[in-house]
Design a protein. Sequence first.
Length: 672
Amino acid sequence: MNPLKRIGRRRASVLGLAALVALVTPGTASGAPDAVKASTLGAQAAQSGRYFGAAVAAGRLGDGTYTGILDREFNSVTPENEMKWDATERSRGQFTFGPADQIVNRAAARGQRLRGHTLVWHSQLPNWVSSITDANTLRSVMNHHITTVMNRYKGRIHSWDVVNEAFADGGSGQHRPSVFQNLLGNGFIEQAFRTARTADPAAKLCYNDYNIEDWNAAKTQGVYRMVRDFKARGVPIDCVGLQAHFGAGGPPASFRTTLSSFAALGVDVQITELDIAQAPTTAYANTVRACLNVARCTGITVWGIRDSDSWRAGENPLLFDRNGNKKPAYGSTLTAMGGTPTTQRADTSSPRSAAALPSRFSWSSSGTLISPKPDATHNIAGIKDPTVVRYNGKYHVFASVASSSGYNLVYLNFSDWSQAGSATHHYLDRSAIGAGYRAAPQVFYYAPQRLWYLVYQTGNASYSTNPDISNPNGWSAPRHFYSSMPDIIRQNIGNGYWVDMWVICDSANCYLFSSDDNGHLYRSRTSVGQFPNGFTDTVIAARDSKYALFEASNVYKVQGADQYLLLVEAIGSDGRRYFRSWTSSSLAGSWTQLAASESNPFARANNVSFPSGAWTRDVSHGEMIRSGYDQTLTIPACRLQYLYQGMNPGASGDYNLLPWRLGLLTQTNSTC
Ligand code: G2I
């Protein structure tokens, strides 16, 4: 965002631009189908709206091979042991959430979904519970446990295993004996589900068990009768988890019938703990196919990552060997979902993978969602350059506010977009950020330091930090990333401006991108350990003509793919702002055009529909809605949303006084 440029200068320069743009941005319409074959389990499962998850152990999160596979392949996580009763309430009323928090916070920051496992189970139950002898005490202890654990993670868990393994093995089809069954009778399961619904009404409530995959088994029929009865009587239940701990033969022939029979009762089904002795390729493929064939089979979780992580390690039942290499069953699993495996060694950096994003985009725009809210001391003309994260159940938006006296920043939060217009605007010149030229903010949580960063331009590239994103007064005074403008920028900037600083990190390095309104995208680097200090090695990351590579660059990691997305704002042959896009397999790599022309733009008035009225012809400086909130800037591969600035097409005059407003694009050609 260039605070100084004027619309008049821009319009005057547009003559002859059409030819120029055509020259430098050849059309990239490829006719490639929108449906893509992803090269990782999570990304491919997402193509059909499903998740592919893994059980995760907090104790292994320091193992880079383990987390490398976890973050590359899986988009859902189940804590393997950390949410169980013996881990969370070892003595009555004393709750411990450290290891569970570790898994939850890590997954949430990366946009991975979470399954909760498990609230009521006869196993891994502390002695103080199993030795209770009084029904009223046990009931209140059970309800308190469910409520406390669910409250802790409220809004962050997509599905909870409320009750685990309550049915007996063998031919009875009845509940197994347990302290819950023995003291509370058959009604304990219903009681647990009712308490769970009250505690977190948004979570899907699941009954989870093993050996219920064979439709002909008495245990399966017992669970089926319970779910049918719950649905008939309005007891809250949303899904059945089938653990799927299989022998080498894989799933029983009736597995798909079992899944579809439960689904027909009006519940989702999920494969929750998949592992198969010796991991035969066909057995894995058959399991996956059974799920894909049932619309309400919403996801698959494997019970561990490498064979050495498995509770059945001696049977090598998982998709990765102990060195982290993909096993043949990995390939058959991915292929069964329609994906394409890449050959990949666990200990090298990821090679390029199949594109997870389509090569053409179409969007639907909201109307104006956020407009300036001037107050007695802030006479604001435009609200611009938004940055946004979803954290703790809220969208947190920071933006530039433009007025005749210059630029500063504003902060607002709201729980959903329908509330955006009524949110309070907090002017950040009242914080230690202070008055004066501050513009084009970017916000993220820097997980290694457990600190929020707001990056913005002040003439230099600057930042403030805050331990609490929701506290507008918590931001520190500005500090600069550079002692002065790097030489390479000084040599290339011409008559442009140094603007729109953007930070993104991979597991080793952080990169700072910036633009010069003169056709150059710059990139500097520091290590994750040194950040925010040490940005050096500034290079030109991309170059084009001035208006074809103008400003407002954004760079993101595409979830589940070895793919980064670069967006840069251009000025079109009609003088209107739009976005071009490129991808790369590495943040330090070269960028390949994705949708990068006026005829096949990433987002431009010609690929956006405006159901509530064409309030803008510009699709200008904005930011993607991320799937997480940390420094990796991870975005989903599907159903993209982009918060942007637009304005009344008839407006003109002083650039700083133009009536910019914020609106939201939602991708309409997503295939997943
Ligand atoms: O048993 C396989 C699974 C069956 N369905 C419910 C799941 O929750 C269950 O998971 C396993 C974990 O994979 C094991 O990791 O549950 C076991 C306990 O029943 C877990 O084993 C426990 C050991 O029993 C403990 O001694 C150990 O301290 O793992 C703990 C942490 O490694």
